[in-house]
Design a binder for this molecule. Structure first.
Ligand code: NAD
Length: 272
């Protein structure tokens, strides 16, 4: 099967938020498929540890780059360095993000909090995609010169009143993805993934904190389990692979059915 093969041999990849959670899992999965990977993060210690670990596991070149994705001058330098260390960037995952719930009432949230979340989660994805796509579209891979995969969220599909600014940022990421897809076709494809509830750094790597958030929002998962990092890694592998070459401008939920199927709690059958 294509997804088990080294379909990324000779193809460079760049993943923001690569030190932890989904980014770390995706970096490892791409390296196992033969890619040399640039991982970008603001958390230097964790970034270096992750790079070392994936490199030891896979034997691929894993290049850590410390960069705040919300700062355009840092992004420019980081992308320039990444292209000089890799022959090409065939896959870009714009994935770095934060999910703090500083207050749940949209009319009471501080301007500084609004700016922080939007700047990292939305502007950050735009800045990185803008810089990378300039060179990516001139690469001579056929039939696609490169692929961009944005990490959105189910909060961008059905806005979450408990995470108002986060929801706005993720609605924006889905719009950004569609606009990039339009502007970069036919050379580059751009799609997004929308995870549901998965234990990662965003929940301090704690299942109890994540379950508390789910209980507060009365969230029920039709597929009756919590999400894993591997679920999202598999979605990313599909979007990075030739299997998805005719897809662009799509948001792919990976959430056990929460956003699109959704069932009220009383409808939920625990005996199946
Ligand atoms: N975990 C979930 O259930 C879930 C659900 C939907 C969407 N997401 C999205 O998935 C993406 C990845 O998050 P995760 O869940 O793996 O969490 P995570 O905290 O494990 O990973 C996010 C990484 O982004 C980095 N980061 C934060 N701000 C940065 C900045 N300014 N510049 C560069 N790097 C920065 C962090 O240091 C961290 O390593 C985020 O965009 C998040 O919104 C997560």
């Amino acid at each position: 099967m294509v997804l088990d093969q080294k379909f990324l041999e000779g193809k460079g990849t760049l993943i923001t938020g690569g030190a932890s959670g989904f980014g770390r899992g995706i970096a490892s999965a791409y390296a196992k498929r033969g890619s040399d990977v640039v991982i970008v993060d603001i958390n230097e210690d964790l970034l270096n540890e992750t790079a070392k670990q994936i490199s030891n596991e896979t034997g691929q070149k894993i290049i850590p780059k410390v960069c705040d994705v919300s700062d355009s001058s840092q992004v420019k330098t980081m992308v320039k360095e990444a292209f000089s260390e890799l022959d090409n960037i065939y896959i870009l995952n714009t994935n770095a993000g934060i999910g703090p719930s500083f207050g749940k009432d949209i009319t009471r949230i501080k301007e500084s909090v609004f700016n922080q979340i939007i700047n990292i989660n939305l502007k950050g994805q735009w800045l990185v995609a803008k810089e990378v796509s300039r060179k990516m579209k001139r690469q001579d891979f056929e039939p696609i010169a490169g692929k961009i995969i944005c990490t959105a969220s189910i909060a961008g599909m059905v806005v979450d009143a408990g995470l108002p600014i986060y929801s706005i940022s993720k609605v924006g990421v889905i719009a950004l993805m569609q606009l990039l897809a339009r502007s970069l076709a036919p050379k580059i494809t751009c799609n997004s993934m929308s995870p549901g509830y998965h234990v990662t750094g965003i929940y301090d790597n704690r299942e109890d904190i994540m379950k508390m958030t789910m209980d507060e929002g009365h969230v029920k998962t039709p597929l009756n389990r919590i999400g894993t990092v591997e679920d999202v890694v598999n979605t990313s592998l599909f979007l990075a692979s030739p299997l998805s070459n005719f897809m662009t401008g799509h948001n792919v939920p990976c959430d056990g059915g929460i956003a699109e199927v959704g069932v009220p709690p009383y409808y939920f059958k625990s005996d199946i």
